[in-house]
Write a protein that binds this ligand. Structure first.
Ligand code: HEC
Length: 236
């Protein structure tokens, strides 16, 4: 037996809603039929949304200060930072632990903005071919770091990290480090003239490899507030 589907009867007389829709639509039609106008308006509204998100962050960034007890990089660690940047370590390693359970369980406490106030340029990144390095300091011994940097496959056979053995023979350019200290000083890092003058002594006989290892060993240690610093095994 055929079933007859009853169509709901619609009141054909235009109601107040129809009039309202048509009236509103005529405005929208002006935009919808002119692609250039639609494009311009989209650009305006999207940038308004962007500005509303970005401007408060810019303002907040200027208020970020180093935590109590956190000092700018020592000359050796600053040289290591420069080596880290120029060797392109950031192309595979991030230095920012997000507030997500699986990140904090793997790497440790989530990163905060104050930890990287002395990093210029900042090394947060998002590319993780290798693990995050924000809390790498103290995880391994200096010898482990050296062997790993010389040839990562000596310690981690499946690693695809490049060898950095040549850094052992690379001397540190002392004048560059002093110049960097001065530049940081201009940007607000509290280096004293004495510290800058003493930099050559601190760098004597050190290679870029030594500097890089010193830099890595302080990550997540020297740049966090004293009470949050991980305890060394000898202190436990
Ligand atoms: C091509 C990508 C790549 C580059 C460039 C790279 N790494 Fe790695 N790195 C990795 C990978 C992958 C691992 C994990 C395997 C391993 O431990 O070797 C790793 C691991 C590490 C680890 C051990 C992390 C841990 O928690 O076990 C350290 C430390 C490290 N890298 C430092 C550096 C430094 C310093 C540089 C720059 C001089 C650098 N890496 C450049 C890919 C890279």
């Amino acid at each position: 037996m055929d079933t007859v589907i009853q169509q709901p009867q619609r009141n054909q007389r235009p109601g107040i809603e129809d009039f309202y829709m048509k009236f509103r639509y005529s405005y929208f039609e002006v935009i919808e039929k002119r692609l250039w106008l639609l494009g311009i308006l989209i650009a305006i509204f999207v940038s308004f949304g962007g500005l509303a998100e970005i401007v408060p962050l810019f303002a907040a960034a200027h208020g970020v200060k180093a935590a109590e007890g956190v000092k700018p990089y020592t000359p050796l660690r600053l040289a290591g930072f420069e080596t880290y940047v120029k060797s392109g370590c950031y192309t595979c390693h991030s230095q920012m632990i997000r507030h997500l359970g699986y990140e904090t369980q793997r790497y440790g406490a989530a990163s905060s903005a104050e930890e990287s106030v002395f990093d210029r340029p900042m090394q947060w990144g998002s590319k993780r071919t290798g693990p995050d390095l924000a809390r790498i300091g103290g995880k391994y011994s200096d010898i482990w770091q050296l062997e790993h940097l010389k040839n990562p496959r000596n310690l981690v056979p499946e690693s695809n990290m490049p060898n950095y053995d040549w850094l052992i023979d690379m001397p540190i350019n002392v004048a560059n480090v002093q110049g960097a200290m001065r530049a940081h000083q201009k940007l607000g890092a509290p280096y004293t003239e004495e510290e800058i003058a003493k930099a050559p002594q601190a760098l004597e006989g050190k290679s870029q490899m030594d500097a890089l290892i010193a830099y890595l060993q302080g990550l997540g240690v020297d740049n966090v507030p004293v009470e949050r610093r991980p305890q060394k095994e000898s202190q436990l």
